[in-house]
Design a protein around this ligand. Structure first.
Ligand code: NI
Length: 191
């Protein structure tokens, strides 16, 4: 397995919508090996997710996984999920304020609005249909990753730039209030 280089903000690859993948290409040895590397790179960097274009592969594939994550200790767990050609549809108008970070935006976090309940349709890494409803904080993680595939960063969705902060200042000044808000959401949905 190979650890891949992660593109950082300002690199055009992050701003270019990724292309769809055919089933044949997905099942190729090269693409299956790439997905292994994507997962390995996400885990090595303690990411909650990683999109293919963040590692310079401009295809609509992303990985999501939350275990005991030191970057996001308050996040409910999400089993390893590979989404291929994903589509997200909000199920209600309700939104919540998420404090997000990103491996491509080093040492910065900010508040973005995310839908609370979404339907996710995609293929898994073997081309099998995924059709699931994702709720709560986990829904924010899915929306963040699919945004990457559309060439969007969380920065684009920050409504109040005054919420931008370093990770140290998030810990020091914003985490307690955020975790309290988020716990209510997690209690409601269990995710
Ligand atoms: Ni990101």
């Amino acid at each position: 397995m190979t650890l891949l280089k992660i593109a950082t903000v300002g690199h055009p690859v992050l701003r270019t919508p990724a292309r769809e993948v055919s089933r044949e290409e997905l099942l190729s040895e090269r693409m299956q090996r790439f997905i292994d590397d994507l997962v390995e790179t996400m885990r090595d960097a303690n990411g909650a997710g990683l999109a293919a274009n963040q590692v310079f592969e401009p295809v609509r594939i992303c990985a999501i996984e939350v275990g005991d994550n030191p970057r996001y200790p308050y996040k409910p767990k999400i089993p390893l999920t590979i989404l291929v050609n994903p589509k997200i549809e909000p199920l209600t108008d309700e939104t919540f304020e998420n404090y997000e970070g990103c491996l491509s935006v080093p040492d910065l976090r900010g508040v973005v609005r995310r839908h609370v309940e979404i339907r996710v349709r995609a293929w898994d890494r073997y081309g099998q249909e995924i059709d699931q409803v994702v709720r709560g904080l986990s829904a924010g993680t899915f929306q963040h990753e699919v945004d990457h595939l559309d060439g969007k960063l969380f920065l684009d969705r920050v409504e109040d730039p005054r919420t931008l902060c370093t990770w140290a200042n998030f810990e020091r000044y914003h985490k307690a209030a955020f975790v309290e808000r988020v716990q209510a959401l997690v209690a409601r949905f269990g995710s």
